[in-house]
Design a protein around this ligand. Structure first.
Ligand code: LLP
Length: 437
């Protein structure tokens, strides 16, 4: 988790920067990314694989959690590869200077343009379904003959895990990946395609998972698939067990540490390979949330409040479901503090509301806070994953700015949108320009 400090004024500091000063400088809402926390999580993953796995390994950052130039660049500088799921994410990772041989393109419905861009850039493509395999063969055969893409096959392992229904992906009734019952047919097809260089297998079972067993079961199943591939003469040597490790949003959340999670996976892959008499595959994983979530907070300015006697007090902030859609989408829970009142007693229980025209736009129910007033700076913790990346312009709110902080210095990494940005893509047909009747 992020190391924060409280300075002599009782104000919150992150990365050596006073949060209230950051808000004065950059405005609010403001995403504040702590570089050190992000680097530490990258190192924990990388080092755990090095420590517990005897074969080669590669950690990928699942950039859907927060895809932007800076986060990709920091992850890559720690030796991580990048998992992207669209042409846009791919373009961003390439623009950040990430080496194509460490980029993996996912997606259950990649367009031909996305596939062509991936092939031309030389990134690995995680093939999701039959239509995509056929499209790949076709594109390589007809357009870019000299290039032979590295592909992995995504399979649906049929493993259940306990997480929100919307973020489970491993069960058989999932839109992602090949049905394992088709495995023989898929291997037979791929082994007959000189256009495709099939290097590995991939699966992902879900997100915000607190148990270790599902990933152990997954790894064991995947090693069996490796053996099946070998039977078809395929030189499949990479195994990607996906991401999914949960993080502690609130006190009662109790996920394993990165170290424990990686260790559990490495051990099962190694023991299964020994039992099956198979060489160790190159082992990949692609965490998103557990790399970035705790490295970022969102700072808001508190505005109006409303007390309904005997029921509750709403305290409203200057953002909401447009910068953090997770509470309204998944009933996610968050923790908050007041940056300029860190030493004040937590005497109030309030509901933190956003500013959107929607009753469900609630960021936190029953937050324990000091007594607040307009102008106070509310800081929601753990907002690095699936916040900026899922942000919208609902109600035409401009998307917030983001800064990275390190050693007392803050740099803008995502500029705040302006009203001009909001109408940039609007086109008003000539015949509608006379607005007065
Ligand atoms: N790999 C694949 C193929 C994935 O689909 C995902 C997440 C990951 C890796 C990274 O999983 P993580 O380590 O972040 O759990 N928007 C939702 C989460 C959706 C996750 C989608 N896939 C949320 O805000 O909770």
């Amino acid at each position: 988790p992020m190391t924060t400090q409280v300075n002599s004024h009782g104000f919150l500091e992150i990365g050596g920067c006073d949060v209230t000063t950051l808000v004065q400088q950059f405005g609010s809402p403001l995403y504040i990314l702590d570089e050190e926390t992000l680097r530490l999580a990258c190192q924990q993953y990388r080092d755990a694989f090095r420590q517990y796995y005897k074969g080669e390994s590669q950690v990928l950052y699942a950039s859907k959690a927060w895809n932007c130039l800076t986060v990709c660049a920091i992850a890559a500088s720690e030796g991580l590869g990048i998992d992207v799921v669209s042409g846009g994410e791919l373009y961003t990772a390439l623009s950040a200077g990430v080496s194509p041989d460490k980029i993996y393109l996912h997606g259950n419905n990649k367009s031909r343009e996305e596939l062509a861009l991936a092939i031309q850039s030389g990134v690995t493509i995680v093939a999701d379904n039959w239509d995509e395999l056929h499209a790949l063969v076709d594109i390589v055969g007809t357009h870019v003959t000299s290039l032979r893409p590295r592909i992995m096959l995504r399979l649906t392992p049929g493993i259940e895990c306990h997480t929100h229904e919307y973020i489970r992906t491993g069960h058989l009734d999932s839109k992602f990946g090949f049905d394992p019952n088709d495995l023989d047919e898929v291997f037979a097809f791929v082994s007959q395609q000189p256009a495709l260089n099939c290097v590995g297998l991939h699966a992902h079972i879900g997100s915000q998972i607190f148990e270790r067993q599902p990933h152990q079961d997954l790894a064991a199943v995947m090693v069996q698939w490796l053996r099946d591939a070998a039977n078809y003469g395929l030189n499949v040597t990479e195994l990607n067990v996906g991401g999914g490790l949960g993080i502690k949003y609130i006190e009662s959340d109790d996920p394993p540490s990165i170290d424990e999670w990686v260790k559990a996976i490495c051990e099962i892959v190694q023991t299964t390979c020994v039992a099956e008499n198979l060489p160790l595959p190159k082992l990949l994983s692609e965490p998103g949330r557990s790399l970035v979530a705790t490295a970022c907070v969102t700072a808001y300015t508190i505005g109006s409040s409303k007390t309904i006697p005997e029921i509750r007090t709403y305290v409203a902030v200057d953002g909401g479901m447009s910068d953090n859609p997770r509470p309204i989408t998944y009933q996610s829970v968050y923790r908050a503090v007041v940056a300029n009142k860190m030493s004040a007693p937590l005497t109030e229980t309030v509901t933190i509301a956003g500013k959107h025209c929607e009753s469900g736009d609630i960021l936190i129910k029953n937050a324990q806070l000091p007594k607040t007033e307009p102008g106070d700076i509310l800081v929601v913790m753990g907002t690095g994953a699936y916040n900026y990346s899922m942000a919208s312009n609902y109600n035409r709110l401009p998307r917030p700015a983001a800064v990275v902080v390190a050693s007392g210095e803050a740099n803008l990494i995502l500029q705040r949108e302006t009203y001009e940005d909001l109408i940039r893509q609007d086109r008003l047909p000539e015949r509608l320009k006379k607005v007065e009747g």
